[in-house]
Design a protein around this ligand. Structure first.
Ligand code: KIV
Ligand code: ZN
Length: 498
Protein backbone atom coordinates (compact mmCIF):
# COMPACT_ATOMS: atom_id res chain seq x y z
CA UNK A 1 0.00 0.00 0.00
CA UNK A 2 1.46 3.38 -0.99
CA UNK A 3 1.30 6.09 1.62
CA UNK A 4 -0.44 9.41 0.95
CA UNK A 5 1.90 12.26 0.14
CA UNK A 6 1.38 15.79 1.41
CA UNK A 7 2.07 18.58 -1.08
CA UNK A 8 2.16 21.84 0.81
CA UNK A 9 1.31 25.00 -1.14
CA UNK A 10 1.27 27.49 1.78
CA UNK A 11 4.07 29.44 0.11
CA UNK A 12 2.35 29.57 -3.30
CA UNK A 13 -1.45 29.24 -3.24
CA UNK A 14 -1.55 30.36 0.39
CA UNK A 15 0.83 33.24 0.02
CA UNK A 16 -0.86 34.62 -3.09
CA UNK A 17 -4.09 35.33 -1.21
CA UNK A 18 -4.70 38.83 0.12
CA UNK A 19 -3.09 39.61 3.45
CA UNK A 20 -0.85 36.52 3.42
CA UNK A 21 2.19 37.97 1.66
CA UNK A 22 5.51 36.98 3.19
CA UNK A 23 9.06 38.13 2.64
CA UNK A 24 12.02 35.92 1.74
CA UNK A 25 13.23 35.37 5.29
CA UNK A 26 9.76 34.43 6.48
CA UNK A 27 9.30 32.01 3.59
CA UNK A 28 12.60 30.32 4.36
CA UNK A 29 11.68 29.92 8.03
CA UNK A 30 8.34 28.39 7.05
CA UNK A 31 9.95 26.09 4.49
CA UNK A 32 12.32 24.80 7.19
CA UNK A 33 9.37 24.19 9.50
CA UNK A 34 7.54 22.34 6.71
CA UNK A 35 10.58 20.17 6.15
CA UNK A 36 10.63 19.28 9.86
CA UNK A 37 6.89 18.61 9.71
CA UNK A 38 7.82 16.11 6.99
CA UNK A 39 5.65 17.24 4.12
CA UNK A 40 6.65 15.47 0.91
CA UNK A 41 6.59 18.45 -1.45
CA UNK A 42 6.87 22.19 -0.83
CA UNK A 43 5.47 24.35 -3.59
CA UNK A 44 7.66 27.35 -2.88
CA UNK A 45 6.17 29.80 -5.37
CA UNK A 46 5.51 30.72 -8.98
CA UNK A 47 9.02 31.50 -10.21
CA UNK A 48 8.08 33.58 -13.28
CA UNK A 49 5.63 35.78 -11.40
CA UNK A 50 8.22 38.14 -9.84
CA UNK A 51 11.94 38.36 -9.10
CA UNK A 52 11.04 37.99 -5.40
CA UNK A 53 9.17 34.75 -6.04
CA UNK A 54 12.01 33.44 -8.18
CA UNK A 55 14.51 34.22 -5.43
CA UNK A 56 12.49 32.53 -2.73
CA UNK A 57 11.84 29.35 -4.77
CA UNK A 58 15.55 29.17 -5.56
CA UNK A 59 16.69 29.76 -1.99
CA UNK A 60 14.19 27.28 -0.56
CA UNK A 61 15.16 24.64 -3.14
CA UNK A 62 18.79 25.07 -2.14
CA UNK A 63 18.02 25.05 1.59
CA UNK A 64 15.56 22.20 2.02
CA UNK A 65 16.89 18.63 1.63
CA UNK A 66 14.27 16.26 2.97
CA UNK A 67 11.48 17.10 0.56
CA UNK A 68 10.89 17.91 -3.05
CA UNK A 69 10.59 21.61 -3.93
CA UNK A 70 8.27 22.66 -6.75
CA UNK A 71 7.59 25.82 -8.72
CA UNK A 72 4.35 26.52 -10.55
CA UNK A 73 4.50 27.35 -14.28
CA UNK A 74 2.00 27.97 -17.05
CA UNK A 75 2.44 25.96 -20.22
CA UNK A 76 4.90 28.37 -21.81
CA UNK A 77 8.59 27.89 -22.39
CA UNK A 78 9.43 31.09 -20.49
CA UNK A 79 7.50 29.95 -17.42
CA UNK A 80 9.02 26.48 -17.53
CA UNK A 81 12.56 27.86 -18.00
CA UNK A 82 12.13 30.10 -14.94
CA UNK A 83 10.60 27.29 -12.88
CA UNK A 84 13.46 24.93 -13.64
CA UNK A 85 16.10 27.58 -13.09
CA UNK A 86 14.60 28.19 -9.65
CA UNK A 87 14.18 24.57 -8.49
CA UNK A 88 17.18 22.94 -10.11
CA UNK A 89 19.36 23.21 -6.97
CA UNK A 90 16.84 21.17 -4.98
CA UNK A 91 17.21 17.59 -3.74
CA UNK A 92 14.28 16.48 -5.88
CA UNK A 93 13.21 19.37 -8.14
CA UNK A 94 9.67 19.37 -9.48
CA UNK A 95 8.13 21.54 -12.21
CA UNK A 96 4.39 21.96 -11.72
CA UNK A 97 2.67 22.98 -14.97
CA UNK A 98 -0.98 23.82 -15.35
CA UNK A 99 -3.65 24.79 -17.85
CA UNK A 100 -7.40 25.15 -17.50
CA UNK A 101 -9.62 22.46 -19.01
CA UNK A 102 -13.18 23.58 -18.19
CA UNK A 103 -15.34 25.02 -21.00
CA UNK A 104 -15.74 28.40 -19.27
CA UNK A 105 -12.01 28.81 -18.62
CA UNK A 106 -10.98 27.68 -22.10
CA UNK A 107 -13.46 29.94 -23.88
CA UNK A 108 -13.30 33.11 -21.79
CA UNK A 109 -9.95 33.09 -20.03
CA UNK A 110 -7.61 31.22 -22.37
CA UNK A 111 -9.57 31.90 -25.59
CA UNK A 112 -8.40 28.52 -26.78
CA UNK A 113 -10.22 25.56 -28.31
CA UNK A 114 -10.09 22.17 -26.53
CA UNK A 115 -7.78 20.90 -29.32
CA UNK A 116 -5.37 23.77 -28.72
CA UNK A 117 -5.33 23.03 -24.97
CA UNK A 118 -4.62 19.39 -25.73
CA UNK A 119 -1.79 20.26 -28.09
CA UNK A 120 -0.26 22.78 -25.74
CA UNK A 121 -0.34 20.22 -22.92
CA UNK A 122 1.49 17.70 -25.07
CA UNK A 123 4.18 20.14 -26.18
CA UNK A 124 4.77 21.91 -22.87
CA UNK A 125 4.94 18.80 -20.70
CA UNK A 126 7.47 17.33 -23.15
CA UNK A 127 9.45 20.59 -22.97
CA UNK A 128 9.50 20.49 -19.14
CA UNK A 129 10.45 16.82 -19.19
CA UNK A 130 13.69 17.70 -20.97
CA UNK A 131 14.72 19.52 -17.80
CA UNK A 132 13.71 17.14 -15.04
CA UNK A 133 12.00 13.85 -14.42
CA UNK A 134 9.57 15.02 -11.73
CA UNK A 135 6.74 16.77 -13.58
CA UNK A 136 3.33 17.54 -12.13
CA UNK A 137 0.49 18.46 -14.46
CA UNK A 138 -2.64 20.24 -13.18
CA UNK A 139 -5.89 20.58 -15.12
CA UNK A 140 -7.20 23.80 -13.62
CA UNK A 141 -10.93 23.74 -12.86
CA UNK A 142 -10.88 19.98 -13.45
CA UNK A 143 -14.06 19.40 -11.48
CA UNK A 144 -16.07 21.55 -13.93
CA UNK A 145 -14.41 19.99 -16.97
CA UNK A 146 -15.97 17.43 -19.26
CA UNK A 147 -14.73 14.06 -17.91
CA UNK A 148 -13.96 12.62 -21.35
CA UNK A 149 -12.01 15.69 -22.43
CA UNK A 150 -10.22 15.75 -19.07
CA UNK A 151 -9.21 12.11 -19.58
CA UNK A 152 -7.80 13.00 -23.03
CA UNK A 153 -5.73 15.88 -21.61
CA UNK A 154 -4.48 13.75 -18.73
CA UNK A 155 -3.52 10.98 -21.20
CA UNK A 156 -1.59 13.48 -23.29
CA UNK A 157 0.23 14.77 -20.19
CA UNK A 158 1.19 11.24 -19.15
CA UNK A 159 2.36 10.37 -22.67
CA UNK A 160 4.56 13.46 -22.66
CA UNK A 161 6.15 12.55 -19.34
CA UNK A 162 4.05 13.86 -16.43
CA UNK A 163 4.59 11.82 -13.26
CA UNK A 164 1.90 13.40 -11.07
CA UNK A 165 -1.59 14.33 -12.27
CA UNK A 166 -3.34 16.90 -10.15
CA UNK A 167 -7.12 17.35 -10.23
CA UNK A 168 -7.90 20.79 -8.80
CA UNK A 169 -11.30 21.84 -7.55
CA UNK A 170 -10.27 25.39 -8.34
CA UNK A 171 -13.52 27.07 -7.33
CA UNK A 172 -14.54 24.77 -4.49
CA UNK A 173 -17.52 23.42 -6.42
CA UNK A 174 -17.34 19.65 -6.07
CA UNK A 175 -18.55 17.23 -3.38
CA UNK A 176 -16.71 14.32 -1.70
CA UNK A 177 -18.65 11.69 -3.66
CA UNK A 178 -18.06 13.47 -6.96
CA UNK A 179 -14.34 13.88 -6.27
CA UNK A 180 -14.02 10.19 -5.42
CA UNK A 181 -15.80 9.27 -8.67
CA UNK A 182 -13.76 11.69 -10.77
CA UNK A 183 -10.43 10.29 -9.58
CA UNK A 184 -11.67 6.71 -9.97
CA UNK A 185 -12.94 7.53 -13.48
CA UNK A 186 -9.59 8.97 -14.56
CA UNK A 187 -7.67 6.02 -13.13
CA UNK A 188 -9.99 3.63 -14.96
CA UNK A 189 -10.10 5.49 -18.27
CA UNK A 190 -6.65 6.94 -18.82
CA UNK A 191 -4.01 4.80 -20.44
CA UNK A 192 -0.97 4.20 -18.20
CA UNK A 193 -2.71 5.78 -15.23
CA UNK A 194 -0.91 3.27 -13.00
CA UNK A 195 2.41 4.88 -13.92
CA UNK A 196 1.56 8.19 -12.27
CA UNK A 197 0.32 9.46 -8.92
CA UNK A 198 -3.04 11.20 -8.86
CA UNK A 199 -3.39 14.25 -6.67
CA UNK A 200 -6.23 16.43 -5.37
CA UNK A 201 -6.15 20.18 -4.81
CA UNK A 202 -9.34 21.54 -3.25
CA UNK A 203 -10.56 25.03 -2.45
CA UNK A 204 -12.92 25.64 0.43
CA UNK A 205 -15.66 27.84 -1.04
CA UNK A 206 -18.40 25.54 0.27
CA UNK A 207 -16.47 24.45 3.34
CA UNK A 208 -15.81 21.01 1.83
CA UNK A 209 -12.13 21.16 0.85
CA UNK A 210 -10.98 18.66 3.48
CA UNK A 211 -13.90 16.31 2.81
CA UNK A 212 -13.38 16.57 -0.95
CA UNK A 213 -9.67 15.79 -0.58
CA UNK A 214 -10.53 12.70 1.45
CA UNK A 215 -13.09 11.77 -1.21
CA UNK A 216 -10.27 11.95 -3.75
CA UNK A 217 -8.16 9.64 -1.59
CA UNK A 218 -11.04 7.15 -1.49
CA UNK A 219 -11.06 7.32 -5.29
CA UNK A 220 -7.34 6.48 -5.49
CA UNK A 221 -5.49 9.80 -5.15
CA UNK A 222 -2.09 9.44 -3.52
CA UNK A 223 -1.25 13.10 -3.04
CA UNK A 224 -3.18 15.83 -1.20
CA UNK A 225 -2.38 19.48 -1.85
CA UNK A 226 -3.02 21.70 1.14
CA UNK A 227 -1.87 24.71 3.14
CA UNK A 228 -1.09 25.29 6.79
CA UNK A 229 -4.20 26.73 8.48
CA UNK A 230 -6.02 26.36 5.15
CA UNK A 231 -4.85 29.79 3.95
CA UNK A 232 -5.46 30.48 0.27
CA UNK A 233 -7.56 32.23 -2.36
CA UNK A 234 -11.06 33.28 -1.19
CA UNK A 235 -12.20 30.74 1.44
CA UNK A 236 -8.83 29.05 1.32
CA UNK A 237 -7.43 25.62 0.49
CA UNK A 238 -7.59 22.24 2.18
CA UNK A 239 -6.18 22.72 5.65
CA UNK A 240 -3.10 20.57 6.24
CA UNK A 241 -3.73 20.04 9.93
CA UNK A 242 -7.36 19.03 9.42
CA UNK A 243 -6.82 16.61 6.56
CA UNK A 244 -3.79 15.00 8.23
CA UNK A 245 -5.52 14.59 11.60
CA UNK A 246 -8.64 13.21 9.91
CA UNK A 247 -6.52 10.43 8.45
CA UNK A 248 -4.66 9.96 11.69
CA UNK A 249 -7.83 9.67 13.69
CA UNK A 250 -9.45 7.25 11.25
CA UNK A 251 -6.77 4.75 10.21
CA UNK A 252 -9.61 2.27 9.71
CA UNK A 253 -10.69 4.38 6.70
CA UNK A 254 -7.31 5.82 5.67
CA UNK A 255 -4.64 3.25 6.50
CA UNK A 256 -2.03 4.70 4.13
CA UNK A 257 -1.30 7.67 6.38
CA UNK A 258 1.13 10.45 5.40
CA UNK A 259 4.51 10.65 7.12
CA UNK A 260 3.69 13.97 8.85
CA UNK A 261 5.15 14.51 12.33
CA UNK A 262 1.80 15.41 13.86
CA UNK A 263 3.43 16.72 17.05
CA UNK A 264 4.80 19.63 15.03
CA UNK A 265 1.39 20.68 13.69
CA UNK A 266 0.48 23.19 16.38
CA UNK A 267 3.87 24.89 16.30
CA UNK A 268 3.88 25.16 12.52
CA UNK A 269 0.35 26.53 12.55
CA UNK A 270 1.36 29.17 15.11
CA UNK A 271 4.37 30.13 13.06
CA UNK A 272 2.25 30.71 9.95
CA UNK A 273 -0.37 32.69 11.88
CA UNK A 274 2.36 34.83 13.45
CA UNK A 275 3.98 35.45 10.09
CA UNK A 276 0.85 36.62 8.32
CA UNK A 277 -0.51 38.46 11.33
CA UNK A 278 -3.66 36.44 11.81
CA UNK A 279 -5.06 34.42 14.67
CA UNK A 280 -7.21 31.30 14.32
CA UNK A 281 -10.89 31.58 15.12
CA UNK A 282 -11.39 29.91 18.53
CA UNK A 283 -13.37 27.04 17.01
CA UNK A 284 -10.87 26.31 14.22
CA UNK A 285 -10.41 22.51 14.27
CA UNK A 286 -7.10 21.21 15.63
CA UNK A 287 -5.39 24.57 16.30
CA UNK A 288 -8.15 26.93 17.54
CA UNK A 289 -8.12 27.95 21.19
CA UNK A 290 -11.24 25.89 21.93
CA UNK A 291 -10.38 22.88 19.79
CA UNK A 292 -9.65 20.78 22.88
CA UNK A 293 -11.55 22.76 25.53
CA UNK A 294 -14.43 21.10 27.35
CA UNK A 295 -16.65 23.71 28.94
CA UNK A 296 -19.98 22.05 29.61
CA UNK A 297 -20.37 20.17 32.88
CA UNK A 298 -21.53 16.98 31.19
CA UNK A 299 -18.52 16.96 28.87
CA UNK A 300 -16.08 17.72 31.69
CA UNK A 301 -17.56 14.95 33.78
CA UNK A 302 -17.27 12.49 30.87
CA UNK A 303 -13.68 13.48 30.04
CA UNK A 304 -12.62 13.16 33.67
CA UNK A 305 -14.14 9.68 33.82
CA UNK A 306 -12.60 8.61 30.50
CA UNK A 307 -11.03 10.89 27.88
CA UNK A 308 -12.50 8.83 25.05
CA UNK A 309 -16.01 10.02 25.92
CA UNK A 310 -15.54 13.35 24.19
CA UNK A 311 -11.99 13.34 22.84
CA UNK A 312 -11.22 11.69 19.50
CA UNK A 313 -7.56 12.78 19.48
CA UNK A 314 -5.30 14.16 22.16
CA UNK A 315 -3.92 17.72 22.22
CA UNK A 316 -0.47 16.16 22.70
CA UNK A 317 -0.78 14.37 19.36
CA UNK A 318 -0.65 17.75 17.58
CA UNK A 319 1.94 19.18 19.94
CA UNK A 320 -0.24 21.10 22.37
CA UNK A 321 1.01 20.80 25.93
CA UNK A 322 -1.99 20.30 28.17
CA UNK A 323 -0.03 20.97 31.31
CA UNK A 324 0.66 24.71 31.29
CA UNK A 325 3.80 25.60 33.19
CA UNK A 326 4.49 29.01 34.62
CA UNK A 327 7.99 30.46 34.73
CA UNK A 328 9.10 33.57 36.58
CA UNK A 329 12.07 35.74 37.37
CA UNK A 330 13.69 33.03 39.47
CA UNK A 331 13.62 30.56 36.57
CA UNK A 332 17.10 29.97 35.23
CA UNK A 333 18.33 29.28 31.74
CA UNK A 334 18.01 25.52 32.23
CA UNK A 335 14.36 25.73 33.23
CA UNK A 336 13.68 28.03 30.29
CA UNK A 337 15.48 25.75 27.87
CA UNK A 338 13.75 22.67 29.26
CA UNK A 339 10.34 24.30 28.81
CA UNK A 340 11.20 25.34 25.26
CA UNK A 341 12.16 21.82 24.43
CA UNK A 342 8.98 20.41 26.04
CA UNK A 343 7.04 22.83 23.84
CA UNK A 344 8.93 21.39 20.86
CA UNK A 345 11.28 24.29 20.05
CA UNK A 346 14.87 23.46 19.23
CA UNK A 347 16.75 26.75 19.15
CA UNK A 348 20.41 27.14 18.30
CA UNK A 349 22.67 28.23 21.22
CA UNK A 350 22.69 31.83 19.88
CA UNK A 351 18.92 31.94 19.45
CA UNK A 352 18.49 30.48 22.92
CA UNK A 353 20.79 33.06 24.50
CA UNK A 354 19.00 35.91 22.74
CA UNK A 355 15.57 34.56 23.65
CA UNK A 356 16.62 34.11 27.28
CA UNK A 357 17.60 37.79 27.52
CA UNK A 358 14.14 38.75 26.30
CA UNK A 359 12.58 36.25 28.70
CA UNK A 360 14.40 37.89 31.61
CA UNK A 361 13.28 41.34 30.43
CA UNK A 362 9.74 40.07 30.35
CA UNK A 363 10.03 38.64 33.87
CA UNK A 364 10.78 42.16 35.11
CA UNK A 365 7.45 43.34 33.75
CA UNK A 366 5.25 40.30 34.17
CA UNK A 367 5.21 38.13 37.30
CA UNK A 368 4.20 34.89 35.67
CA UNK A 369 5.37 33.91 32.20
CA UNK A 370 3.27 31.12 30.74
CA UNK A 371 3.60 28.90 27.67
CA UNK A 372 1.81 31.37 25.38
CA UNK A 373 4.30 34.08 26.38
CA UNK A 374 7.22 31.76 25.74
CA UNK A 375 5.84 30.84 22.30
CA UNK A 376 5.42 34.55 21.47
CA UNK A 377 9.01 35.25 22.50
CA UNK A 378 10.25 32.52 20.17
CA UNK A 379 8.13 33.61 17.22
CA UNK A 380 9.17 37.24 17.62
CA UNK A 381 12.88 36.65 17.54
CA UNK A 382 13.22 38.44 14.19
CA UNK A 383 12.10 41.74 15.69
CA UNK A 384 15.39 42.42 17.39
CA UNK A 385 17.32 42.61 14.12
CA UNK A 386 16.21 46.17 13.36
CA UNK A 387 18.82 48.55 11.88
CA UNK A 388 17.27 51.24 14.01
CA UNK A 389 16.76 50.41 17.66
CA UNK A 390 14.31 52.10 19.93
CA UNK A 391 16.09 54.03 22.66
CA UNK A 392 13.12 55.78 24.27
CA UNK A 393 9.73 57.25 23.52
CA UNK A 394 7.46 59.69 25.24
CA UNK A 395 3.77 59.98 24.41
CA UNK A 396 1.14 62.49 25.42
CA UNK A 397 -2.41 61.70 24.46
CA UNK A 398 -5.93 62.16 25.72
CA UNK A 399 -9.47 62.59 24.50
CA UNK A 400 -9.20 66.40 24.45
CA UNK A 401 -5.56 66.89 23.44
CA UNK A 402 -3.77 66.29 20.17
CA UNK A 403 -1.46 63.32 20.58
CA UNK A 404 2.27 64.01 20.46
CA UNK A 405 5.13 61.60 20.50
CA UNK A 406 8.86 62.06 20.89
CA UNK A 407 10.93 59.20 19.62
CA UNK A 408 14.59 58.57 20.10
CA UNK A 409 16.22 55.93 17.92
CA UNK A 410 19.76 54.67 17.71
CA UNK A 411 21.54 53.70 14.56
CA UNK A 412 25.19 52.60 14.64
CA UNK A 413 25.68 54.44 17.92
CA UNK A 414 24.15 57.68 16.60
CA UNK A 415 21.15 59.09 18.51
CA UNK A 416 18.31 60.45 16.38
CA UNK A 417 15.32 62.23 17.87
CA UNK A 418 12.10 63.71 16.48
CA UNK A 419 8.74 64.82 17.75
CA UNK A 420 5.44 64.67 15.91
CA UNK A 421 1.72 65.18 16.27
CA UNK A 422 -0.75 62.56 15.21
CA UNK A 423 -4.27 61.30 15.22
CA UNK A 424 -3.73 59.32 18.42
CA UNK A 425 -0.49 58.17 20.08
CA UNK A 426 0.37 55.47 17.55
CA UNK A 427 -0.10 57.74 14.55
CA UNK A 428 2.06 60.35 16.31
CA UNK A 429 4.75 57.74 16.99
CA UNK A 430 4.71 56.52 13.40
CA UNK A 431 4.94 60.10 12.09
CA UNK A 432 7.95 60.76 14.32
CA UNK A 433 9.65 57.58 13.09
CA UNK A 434 8.99 58.61 9.47
CA UNK A 435 10.62 61.99 10.17
CA UNK A 436 13.77 60.26 11.40
CA UNK A 437 14.05 57.42 8.91
CA UNK A 438 12.41 58.96 5.81
CA UNK A 439 11.23 55.56 4.52
CA UNK A 440 9.99 55.06 0.94
CA UNK A 441 6.35 56.11 0.32
CA UNK A 442 3.98 53.57 1.78
CA UNK A 443 0.53 53.07 3.26
CA UNK A 444 -0.39 51.23 6.42
CA UNK A 445 -2.25 48.26 4.99
CA UNK A 446 -3.01 46.53 8.25
CA UNK A 447 -2.58 47.06 11.97
CA UNK A 448 -3.61 44.38 14.45
CA UNK A 449 -3.06 43.86 18.12
CA UNK A 450 -3.57 40.70 20.11
CA UNK A 451 -3.20 39.80 23.76
CA UNK A 452 -0.85 36.83 23.91
CA UNK A 453 -2.37 35.38 27.08
CA UNK A 454 -4.80 36.32 29.84
CA UNK A 455 -4.39 39.02 32.50
CA UNK A 456 -3.95 42.78 32.38
CA UNK A 457 -0.18 42.46 32.33
CA UNK A 458 -0.23 40.25 29.26
CA UNK A 459 2.07 40.77 26.33
CA UNK A 460 0.54 42.69 23.45
CA UNK A 461 1.59 41.54 20.02
CA UNK A 462 1.25 44.06 17.23
CA UNK A 463 1.44 43.22 13.55
CA UNK A 464 1.62 45.90 10.87
CA UNK A 465 1.65 45.51 7.12
CA UNK A 466 3.05 48.30 4.98
CA UNK A 467 2.37 48.54 1.27
CA UNK A 468 4.85 50.28 -0.99
CA UNK A 469 5.63 50.23 -4.70
CA UNK A 470 7.91 47.26 -4.17
CA UNK A 471 5.33 45.12 -2.36
CA UNK A 472 3.98 44.40 1.08
CA UNK A 473 6.14 43.97 4.17
CA UNK A 474 5.06 43.16 7.66
CA UNK A 475 6.51 43.84 11.04
CA UNK A 476 5.92 42.46 14.50
CA UNK A 477 6.38 43.95 17.91
CA UNK A 478 5.94 42.42 21.32
CA UNK A 479 5.74 44.22 24.64
CA UNK A 480 3.63 44.48 27.76
CA UNK A 481 3.20 48.12 26.66
CA UNK A 482 1.07 48.25 23.54
CA UNK A 483 2.48 51.57 22.33
CA UNK A 484 5.98 50.14 22.57
CA UNK A 485 4.80 46.99 20.76
CA UNK A 486 3.30 49.23 18.03
CA UNK A 487 6.54 51.18 17.66
CA UNK A 488 8.64 48.00 17.49
CA UNK A 489 6.32 46.49 14.88
CA UNK A 490 6.52 49.62 12.72
CA UNK A 491 10.31 49.78 13.03
CA UNK A 492 10.54 46.13 12.06
CA UNK A 493 8.41 46.71 8.97
CA UNK A 494 10.16 49.96 7.95
CA UNK A 495 13.45 48.14 8.27
CA UNK A 496 12.28 45.73 5.58
CA UNK A 497 11.07 48.60 3.37
CA UNK A 498 14.54 50.06 3.46
O1 KIV B 1 -6.65 26.08 -7.70
C1 KIV B 1 -5.99 25.74 -8.70
O2 KIV B 1 -6.51 25.30 -9.72
C2 KIV B 1 -4.55 25.90 -8.64
C3 KIV B 1 -3.76 25.27 -9.71
C4 KIV B 1 -2.79 26.20 -10.32
C5 KIV B 1 -3.14 24.01 -9.22
O3 KIV B 1 -4.03 26.47 -7.70
ZN1 ZN C 1 -5.45 26.52 -5.97
Amino acid sequence: MRRIKIFDTTLRDGEQSPGCTMNLQEKIEIAKALEKLKVDVIEAGFAISSPGDFESVKTIAETVRDCSVASLARLTEKDIDAAYEAVKGGADPRIHVFIATSPVHMEYKLKMSPEQVLEKTRAAVAYAKKYCSNIEFSAEDATRSDPEFLAKVVSAAIQSGATVINVPDTVGYTTPQEMQERIAYLIANVENSDRVEFSVHCHNDLGMAVANSLGGVRGGALQIECTVNGIGERAGNTSLEEVVMAMHTRPDLYPNMPRIETKRIYKTSKMVYHTIGQTPSPNKPIVGENAFAHESGIHQHGVLANKNTYEIMTPESVGIQEKQLVLGKHSGKHAFEARLSELGYDLSPDELAECFVRFKDLCDKKKMVNDRDVEALVHNKAVTSSKYTLDRFDVHAGNVTTATCTIRLKKDGEVLEEVSLGDGPIDAAYNAIDKIILPPAHTLDKYSINAVSEGKDTLGEVIVKLKSESGVVNGRGLSTDIIEASILAYLNAVDKLL
